[in-house]
Design a protein around this ligand. Structure first.
Ligand SMILES: Nc1ncnc2c1ncn2[C@@H]1O[C@H](COP(=O)(O)OP(=O)(O)OP(=O)(O)O)[C@@H](O)[C@H]1O
Length: 256
């Protein structure tokens, strides 16, 4: 991944976030290139998920949370009052820790966002389903069962259908919050392969507790500690030659 030649898809500056009176993020400056995977690592409570969720305004759904800072997504101010959050979440899709299929067929799950957007043409929908399920590396497993409930799939298949549902809305950025932590090792491996296949076509940000996963998957790694971004660099530098002592201590397993 030649990051230097890429322009940034997302630039965040001085991001602060309060849960009530409690400041959980203390001024995060982080930018993301157009393609490739950035891992967010750090001990429990360091602010990784809080930061990730701020990127597509998931905190809007909760009361008493204040977010400040600059969020420039390809020229769009994410927090501008005029920014439509439904549209924003199509462009910045999110995959959660628990696979979260809706209690509908696999087909209806994948086209959920397209239906919301008013797409009705059956050929367009059929093509979108196949494309998204192929991209999510689950087409061959489900192609004969598209009209069966997604709840009947294994956890790993459900997670790949969740990824397909996000991809079907043609996002520019995928946010993944510990997407394999609820899965068995084989399913986790399948998800990792899926993400590696997508890394040349999408910008992705993944929160992970697994340092081996961060090193297998990501081009860049950002290390969070106590609501601060301590260091961000090419993943191999973070793991082999970190600049900050706190990073060194964390990646060598001394805490967290
Ligand atoms: N809804 C909430 N209300 C109040 N405080 C919260 C809330 N969610 C998170 N926090 C606090 O914000 C801080 C950052 O939490 P966050 O979940 O972002 O960390 P994390 O690095 O993602 O942790 P983990 O790896 O355990 O998911 C923690 O101190 C946490 O207790």
């Amino acid at each position: 991944m030649t990051e230097r030649t890429q322009k940034n898809i997302l630039e965040t500056r001085d991001v602060k976030l309060w849960y009530g009176q409690k400041e959980a993020l203390h001024g995060i400056n982080l930018t993301f290139p157009e393609k490739g995977i950035t891992a967010l690592i750090g001990p429990s409570g360091s602010g990784k998920s809080t930061y990730l969720r701020a990127l597509n305004r998931m905190h809007d759904l909760e009361d008493n949370i204040t977010v400040t800072g600059t969020f420039d997504f390809n020229g769009t101010d994410i927090y501008a009052p005029t920014t439509d959050t439904v549209d924003l979440r199509k462009r910045i899709g999110m995959v959660f820790q628990q696979p979260n299929p809706f209690p509908f067929s696999i087909y209806e799950n994948v086209i959920f966002g397209l239906r919301l957007a008013g797409v009705k043409d059956k050929n367009v929908l059929d093509e979108a389903v196949e494309k998204a399920l192929r991209q999510a590396s689950v087409w061959d497993e489900v192609k004969d069962d598209l009209h069966k409930s997604a709840l009947g799939l294994s956890g790993g298949q459900q997670q790949r259908v969740s990824i397909a549902r996000v991809l079907a809305t043609s996002p520019d950025l995928l946010l993944l919050d510990e997407p394999t932590s609820a899965l068995d090792p084989v399913s986790s491996h399948n998800i990792e392969e899926t993400l590696l296949n997508l890394r040349n076509d999408y910008a992705m940000i993944i929160v992970t507790h697994s340092m081996s996963q961060a090193s297998r998957l990501s081009d860049r790694t950002a290390f969070f500690l106590s609501g601060n971004l301590i260091e961000v660099d090419a993943t191999k530098n973070i793991f082999l030659n970190p600049q900050r002592q706190e990073t060194q201590d964390y990646v060598s397993g001394r805490f967290g």
